[in-house]
Design a protein around this ligand. Structure first.
Ligand code: FA5
Length: 331
Protein backbone atom coordinates (compact mmCIF):
# COMPACT_ATOMS: atom_id res chain seq x y z
CA UNK A 1 0.00 0.00 0.00
CA UNK A 2 2.77 2.42 1.01
CA UNK A 3 4.72 1.78 -2.19
CA UNK A 4 1.76 2.46 -4.44
CA UNK A 5 0.69 5.50 -2.38
CA UNK A 6 4.20 7.02 -2.66
CA UNK A 7 4.70 6.35 -6.35
CA UNK A 8 1.18 7.64 -7.08
CA UNK A 9 1.82 11.01 -5.36
CA UNK A 10 1.75 13.76 -8.03
CA UNK A 11 3.45 16.48 -5.99
CA UNK A 12 5.43 16.93 -2.79
CA UNK A 13 2.32 17.83 -0.74
CA UNK A 14 0.50 14.57 -1.56
CA UNK A 15 3.74 12.63 -1.01
CA UNK A 16 4.03 14.18 2.43
CA UNK A 17 0.40 13.28 3.20
CA UNK A 18 1.12 9.66 2.24
CA UNK A 19 4.24 9.64 4.38
CA UNK A 20 2.25 10.72 7.43
CA UNK A 21 -0.30 7.93 6.80
CA UNK A 22 2.34 5.19 6.74
CA UNK A 23 5.39 6.50 8.57
CA UNK A 24 3.88 9.20 10.83
CA UNK A 25 5.54 9.14 14.28
CA UNK A 26 2.22 9.29 16.14
CA UNK A 27 -0.51 7.58 14.17
CA UNK A 28 1.31 6.12 11.19
CA UNK A 29 0.28 2.61 10.13
CA UNK A 30 3.80 1.29 10.61
CA UNK A 31 3.71 2.48 14.22
CA UNK A 32 0.52 0.41 14.76
CA UNK A 33 2.21 -2.73 13.42
CA UNK A 34 5.29 -2.07 15.54
CA UNK A 35 3.11 -1.89 18.66
CA UNK A 36 1.76 -5.40 17.92
CA UNK A 37 5.30 -6.79 18.42
CA UNK A 38 4.61 -6.71 22.17
CA UNK A 39 1.95 -9.45 21.88
CA UNK A 40 4.12 -11.94 19.96
CA UNK A 41 5.43 -15.16 21.52
CA UNK A 42 9.04 -14.69 22.82
CA UNK A 43 10.29 -17.47 20.48
CA UNK A 44 8.88 -15.68 17.38
CA UNK A 45 9.93 -12.17 18.42
CA UNK A 46 13.35 -12.21 16.77
CA UNK A 47 12.04 -13.33 13.38
CA UNK A 48 9.13 -10.87 13.56
CA UNK A 49 11.52 -8.02 14.46
CA UNK A 50 13.72 -8.79 11.48
CA UNK A 51 10.76 -8.92 9.12
CA UNK A 52 9.48 -5.61 10.50
CA UNK A 53 12.87 -4.00 9.75
CA UNK A 54 12.79 -5.33 6.20
CA UNK A 55 9.36 -3.81 5.68
CA UNK A 56 10.43 -0.50 7.21
CA UNK A 57 13.46 -0.32 4.92
CA UNK A 58 11.32 -1.11 1.88
CA UNK A 59 8.82 1.63 2.78
CA UNK A 60 11.64 4.17 3.36
CA UNK A 61 13.23 3.27 0.06
CA UNK A 62 9.92 3.65 -1.76
CA UNK A 63 9.46 7.06 -0.13
CA UNK A 64 12.97 8.24 -1.06
CA UNK A 65 12.58 7.04 -4.64
CA UNK A 66 9.26 8.88 -5.01
CA UNK A 67 10.74 12.03 -3.49
CA UNK A 68 13.72 11.95 -5.82
CA UNK A 69 11.50 11.46 -8.85
CA UNK A 70 9.45 14.55 -7.90
CA UNK A 71 12.45 16.75 -7.11
CA UNK A 72 14.35 15.66 -10.17
CA UNK A 73 11.79 17.45 -12.27
CA UNK A 74 10.47 14.22 -13.72
CA UNK A 75 7.13 14.64 -11.90
CA UNK A 76 3.97 15.98 -13.41
CA UNK A 77 4.61 19.13 -11.33
CA UNK A 78 6.64 20.68 -14.16
CA UNK A 79 4.73 23.15 -16.32
CA UNK A 80 4.77 21.65 -19.84
CA UNK A 81 4.70 25.18 -21.35
CA UNK A 82 8.01 26.08 -19.59
CA UNK A 83 10.84 26.43 -22.11
CA UNK A 84 14.23 26.39 -20.35
CA UNK A 85 15.99 27.54 -23.52
CA UNK A 86 14.26 30.97 -23.54
CA UNK A 87 16.40 33.91 -22.29
CA UNK A 88 15.60 35.08 -18.74
CA UNK A 89 14.16 38.44 -17.70
CA UNK A 90 16.96 40.75 -16.56
CA UNK A 91 16.23 42.74 -13.40
CA UNK A 92 16.66 46.51 -14.00
CA UNK A 93 19.81 47.64 -12.20
CA UNK A 94 20.73 51.20 -11.36
CA UNK A 95 24.19 52.36 -12.39
CA UNK A 96 26.87 54.88 -11.60
CA UNK A 97 26.36 58.49 -12.75
CA UNK A 98 28.71 59.55 -15.59
CA UNK A 99 30.36 62.19 -13.39
CA UNK A 100 31.06 59.63 -10.66
CA UNK A 101 32.42 57.28 -13.34
CA UNK A 102 34.65 60.13 -14.58
CA UNK A 103 35.88 60.85 -11.04
CA UNK A 104 36.79 57.16 -10.61
CA UNK A 105 38.60 57.15 -13.96
CA UNK A 106 40.57 60.35 -13.24
CA UNK A 107 41.49 59.05 -9.79
CA UNK A 108 42.79 55.87 -11.35
CA UNK A 109 44.92 57.68 -13.97
CA UNK A 110 46.41 60.09 -11.44
CA UNK A 111 46.91 57.25 -8.96
CA UNK A 112 49.21 55.57 -11.47
CA UNK A 113 51.37 58.72 -11.35
CA UNK A 114 51.52 58.51 -7.56
CA UNK A 115 48.84 61.07 -6.66
CA UNK A 116 46.80 60.25 -3.55
CA UNK A 117 43.26 61.48 -2.97
CA UNK A 118 42.61 64.27 -0.47
CA UNK A 119 39.25 65.64 0.58
CA UNK A 120 37.94 68.86 2.05
CA UNK A 121 34.59 70.32 3.09
CA UNK A 122 32.20 71.90 0.59
CA UNK A 123 31.23 74.57 3.13
CA UNK A 124 34.33 76.65 3.67
CA UNK A 125 35.51 79.66 5.61
CA UNK A 126 36.90 82.69 3.76
CA UNK A 127 40.39 81.99 5.12
CA UNK A 128 40.71 78.71 3.21
CA UNK A 129 38.76 79.87 0.15
CA UNK A 130 40.50 83.26 -0.20
CA UNK A 131 42.99 84.54 2.36
CA UNK A 132 45.42 81.60 2.40
CA UNK A 133 45.17 81.49 -1.41
CA UNK A 134 46.54 85.03 -1.58
CA UNK A 135 43.19 86.56 -2.53
CA UNK A 136 43.02 89.83 -0.58
CA UNK A 137 39.95 91.37 1.04
CA UNK A 138 39.25 93.77 -1.86
CA UNK A 139 39.67 91.16 -4.63
CA UNK A 140 36.69 90.85 -7.00
CA UNK A 141 36.76 87.03 -6.57
CA UNK A 142 35.30 87.60 -3.07
CA UNK A 143 32.30 89.53 -4.40
CA UNK A 144 28.97 88.29 -2.98
CA UNK A 145 27.68 88.24 -6.57
CA UNK A 146 30.33 85.64 -7.47
CA UNK A 147 29.94 83.38 -4.43
CA UNK A 148 27.31 81.53 -2.44
CA UNK A 149 27.72 82.91 1.08
CA UNK A 150 25.74 81.07 3.75
CA UNK A 151 23.65 82.50 6.55
CA UNK A 152 25.07 79.96 9.01
CA UNK A 153 27.72 79.99 11.70
CA UNK A 154 29.59 76.72 11.18
CA UNK A 155 31.73 74.86 8.67
CA UNK A 156 31.49 71.22 7.70
CA UNK A 157 34.37 69.35 9.21
CA UNK A 158 33.87 70.98 12.58
CA UNK A 159 36.08 74.07 12.23
CA UNK A 160 34.24 76.79 14.08
CA UNK A 161 34.36 79.94 11.99
CA UNK A 162 35.16 81.94 15.08
CA UNK A 163 38.61 80.35 15.15
CA UNK A 164 39.52 81.91 11.81
CA UNK A 165 38.37 85.38 12.79
CA UNK A 166 36.82 85.68 9.30
CA UNK A 167 33.36 86.47 8.04
CA UNK A 168 30.61 84.18 6.86
CA UNK A 169 30.89 80.64 5.61
CA UNK A 170 30.44 80.00 1.89
CA UNK A 171 30.12 77.10 -0.53
CA UNK A 172 33.66 76.65 -1.87
CA UNK A 173 34.12 78.20 -5.31
CA UNK A 174 37.18 76.08 -6.17
CA UNK A 175 38.89 72.92 -4.93
CA UNK A 176 42.10 74.94 -4.36
CA UNK A 177 40.87 75.18 -0.74
CA UNK A 178 41.96 71.54 -0.33
CA UNK A 179 45.57 72.48 -1.22
CA UNK A 180 45.60 74.69 1.87
CA UNK A 181 44.09 72.01 4.11
CA UNK A 182 46.58 69.39 2.91
CA UNK A 183 49.61 71.68 3.39
CA UNK A 184 48.35 72.67 6.86
CA UNK A 185 48.28 69.05 7.96
CA UNK A 186 51.23 67.48 6.05
CA UNK A 187 54.85 68.24 5.35
CA UNK A 188 56.39 67.94 1.84
CA UNK A 189 56.88 65.93 -0.28
CA UNK A 190 53.19 66.12 -1.22
CA UNK A 191 51.48 64.64 -4.25
CA UNK A 192 47.69 64.80 -4.01
CA UNK A 193 44.58 65.28 -6.09
CA UNK A 194 41.20 66.34 -4.81
CA UNK A 195 37.99 65.78 -6.76
CA UNK A 196 34.81 67.38 -5.60
CA UNK A 197 31.92 69.78 -6.04
CA UNK A 198 32.35 73.52 -6.25
CA UNK A 199 29.69 76.23 -6.49
CA UNK A 200 29.45 79.53 -8.38
CA UNK A 201 26.43 81.70 -9.22
CA UNK A 202 27.11 81.24 -12.97
CA UNK A 203 24.06 81.29 -15.26
CA UNK A 204 23.60 77.78 -16.65
CA UNK A 205 24.42 77.35 -20.35
CA UNK A 206 25.92 74.58 -22.49
CA UNK A 207 29.29 74.75 -20.71
CA UNK A 208 28.44 76.32 -17.31
CA UNK A 209 26.51 75.06 -14.32
CA UNK A 210 26.21 76.64 -10.84
CA UNK A 211 27.41 73.38 -9.26
CA UNK A 212 30.23 71.54 -10.99
CA UNK A 213 33.30 69.45 -10.14
CA UNK A 214 36.98 70.18 -10.25
CA UNK A 215 40.05 68.01 -10.06
CA UNK A 216 42.69 69.83 -8.08
CA UNK A 217 46.28 68.66 -8.21
CA UNK A 218 49.11 69.67 -5.89
CA UNK A 219 52.73 68.57 -5.92
CA UNK A 220 55.22 70.04 -3.46
CA UNK A 221 58.86 69.02 -3.15
CA UNK A 222 62.32 70.60 -3.19
CA UNK A 223 62.96 70.80 -6.92
CA UNK A 224 59.76 71.16 -8.91
CA UNK A 225 59.52 72.99 -12.22
CA UNK A 226 56.99 74.06 -14.79
CA UNK A 227 58.31 71.20 -16.97
CA UNK A 228 57.10 68.71 -14.34
CA UNK A 229 53.65 70.31 -14.37
CA UNK A 230 53.50 70.18 -18.15
CA UNK A 231 54.55 66.52 -18.24
CA UNK A 232 52.01 65.45 -15.63
CA UNK A 233 49.20 67.25 -17.48
CA UNK A 234 50.27 65.86 -20.84
CA UNK A 235 50.46 62.28 -19.55
CA UNK A 236 47.09 62.78 -17.91
CA UNK A 237 45.49 64.17 -21.11
CA UNK A 238 46.92 61.37 -23.25
CA UNK A 239 45.59 58.76 -20.85
CA UNK A 240 42.15 60.27 -20.53
CA UNK A 241 41.49 61.66 -24.02
CA UNK A 242 43.90 59.70 -26.23
CA UNK A 243 47.41 59.84 -27.65
CA UNK A 244 46.54 62.44 -30.27
CA UNK A 245 45.64 65.13 -27.70
CA UNK A 246 48.00 68.10 -27.65
CA UNK A 247 48.35 70.42 -24.69
CA UNK A 248 48.91 74.20 -24.71
CA UNK A 249 49.72 76.59 -21.87
CA UNK A 250 48.52 80.19 -22.19
CA UNK A 251 49.90 82.82 -19.80
CA UNK A 252 47.23 83.78 -17.28
CA UNK A 253 46.81 84.99 -13.73
CA UNK A 254 45.73 83.30 -10.50
CA UNK A 255 46.53 84.91 -7.13
CA UNK A 256 47.78 81.58 -5.73
CA UNK A 257 50.20 80.65 -8.54
CA UNK A 258 53.12 82.51 -10.14
CA UNK A 259 53.61 82.06 -13.02
CA UNK A 260 50.07 81.05 -13.89
CA UNK A 261 48.73 79.43 -17.03
CA UNK A 262 45.45 78.45 -18.58
CA UNK A 263 45.51 74.84 -19.84
CA UNK A 264 44.08 74.02 -23.27
CA UNK A 265 43.84 70.63 -24.98
CA UNK A 266 43.73 70.34 -28.75
CA UNK A 267 40.99 67.92 -29.48
CA UNK A 268 39.49 67.18 -32.87
CA UNK A 269 41.16 70.30 -34.27
CA UNK A 270 39.94 72.78 -31.64
CA UNK A 271 41.74 74.21 -28.59
CA UNK A 272 39.54 73.82 -25.51
CA UNK A 273 40.21 75.27 -22.05
CA UNK A 274 40.07 72.71 -19.30
CA UNK A 275 41.46 74.59 -16.33
CA UNK A 276 44.14 76.65 -14.69
CA UNK A 277 47.56 75.79 -13.31
CA UNK A 278 50.86 77.24 -12.20
CA UNK A 279 53.71 77.23 -9.72
CA UNK A 280 52.50 77.65 -6.13
CA UNK A 281 52.92 81.30 -5.05
CA UNK A 282 55.40 81.85 -2.17
CA UNK A 283 52.67 83.73 -0.28
CA UNK A 284 50.61 80.52 -0.19
CA UNK A 285 53.55 78.57 1.25
CA UNK A 286 53.95 81.27 3.88
CA UNK A 287 50.25 81.13 4.79
CA UNK A 288 50.52 77.41 5.60
CA UNK A 289 53.79 77.79 7.49
CA UNK A 290 56.20 76.43 4.84
CA UNK A 291 59.50 78.14 4.11
CA UNK A 292 59.16 79.45 0.50
CA UNK A 293 62.95 79.38 0.15
CA UNK A 294 63.02 75.61 0.69
CA UNK A 295 60.04 74.23 -1.24
CA UNK A 296 58.64 74.45 -4.74
CA UNK A 297 55.36 73.18 -6.04
CA UNK A 298 52.86 73.18 -8.84
CA UNK A 299 49.06 73.10 -8.73
CA UNK A 300 46.31 72.70 -11.25
CA UNK A 301 42.51 72.73 -11.29
CA UNK A 302 40.58 71.13 -14.15
CA UNK A 303 36.83 71.13 -14.83
CA UNK A 304 35.60 67.53 -14.46
CA UNK A 305 32.36 68.07 -16.43
CA UNK A 306 34.29 69.53 -19.38
CA UNK A 307 36.62 66.50 -19.39
CA UNK A 308 33.69 64.06 -19.22
CA UNK A 309 31.87 65.95 -21.99
CA UNK A 310 34.90 65.86 -24.28
CA UNK A 311 35.49 62.18 -23.80
CA UNK A 312 31.87 61.18 -24.35
CA UNK A 313 30.87 63.79 -26.94
CA UNK A 314 28.32 65.46 -24.63
CA UNK A 315 27.37 68.87 -26.02
CA UNK A 316 25.41 70.35 -23.10
CA UNK A 317 26.53 70.24 -19.43
CA UNK A 318 22.88 70.54 -18.32
CA UNK A 319 22.17 67.04 -19.65
CA UNK A 320 24.39 65.67 -16.88
CA UNK A 321 22.10 67.09 -14.20
CA UNK A 322 18.71 66.85 -15.88
CA UNK A 323 17.96 63.47 -14.30
CA UNK A 324 16.73 62.27 -17.71
CA UNK A 325 17.24 58.49 -17.65
CA UNK A 326 17.23 58.28 -21.45
CA UNK A 327 20.43 60.33 -21.35
CA UNK A 328 22.00 58.80 -18.22
CA UNK A 329 21.40 55.19 -19.26
CA UNK A 330 23.78 55.65 -22.20
CA UNK A 331 26.79 55.67 -19.85
C1 FA5 B 1 40.10 77.80 -10.91
O1 FA5 B 1 39.08 77.48 -10.33
C2 FA5 B 1 41.44 77.64 -10.26
N1 FA5 B 1 41.25 77.27 -8.88
C3 FA5 B 1 42.27 76.59 -11.02
C4 FA5 B 1 43.68 76.52 -10.55
C5 FA5 B 1 44.05 75.59 -9.62
C6 FA5 B 1 44.65 77.41 -11.04
C7 FA5 B 1 45.36 75.50 -9.16
C8 FA5 B 1 45.94 77.34 -10.60
C9 FA5 B 1 46.30 76.39 -9.67
P1 FA5 B 1 38.88 78.53 -13.12
O2 FA5 B 1 37.97 79.50 -12.46
O3 FA5 B 1 39.41 78.89 -14.45
O4 FA5 B 1 40.18 78.21 -12.19
O5 FA5 B 1 38.12 77.14 -13.24
C10 FA5 B 1 38.79 75.97 -13.69
C11 FA5 B 1 37.93 75.18 -14.65
O6 FA5 B 1 36.67 74.87 -14.06
C12 FA5 B 1 37.55 75.90 -15.92
O7 FA5 B 1 38.58 75.85 -16.87
C13 FA5 B 1 36.38 75.10 -16.40
O8 FA5 B 1 36.80 73.89 -17.01
C14 FA5 B 1 35.71 74.74 -15.09
N2 FA5 B 1 34.57 75.64 -14.81
C15 FA5 B 1 34.61 76.91 -14.34
N3 FA5 B 1 33.36 77.39 -14.16
C16 FA5 B 1 32.51 76.40 -14.51
C17 FA5 B 1 31.07 76.26 -14.54
N4 FA5 B 1 30.25 77.21 -14.13
N5 FA5 B 1 30.55 75.07 -14.97
C18 FA5 B 1 31.36 74.06 -15.35
N6 FA5 B 1 32.71 74.12 -15.35
C19 FA5 B 1 33.28 75.28 -14.93
Amino acid sequence: DAESAFSGASNSESLEEARVVFLGAKNGQFKDVQKMLGGIEPTDKRAAGMRLNEVKNAINEAFNAAKEALEGGGGSQVDPTFDPSLPGTRPTLGHIHPITQTIDHLTEIMGRMGFEVAEGPEVEDPWHNFVALNIPEDHPARDPLDNFYLATAGVAGGDPLAATGEGEALLRSQTSTVQIRVMQSCQPPIRVISLGRVYRPDAPDATHFPMFHQMEGLLVDRHVTMANLKTVLRVFANNYLGDDVEIRFRPSFFPFTEPSVEVDFLWNGTWIEFGGAGMVDPNVFEAVGYDPEKVRGFAFGLGVERLCMRRHGITDIRDLYSGDLRFLQQF
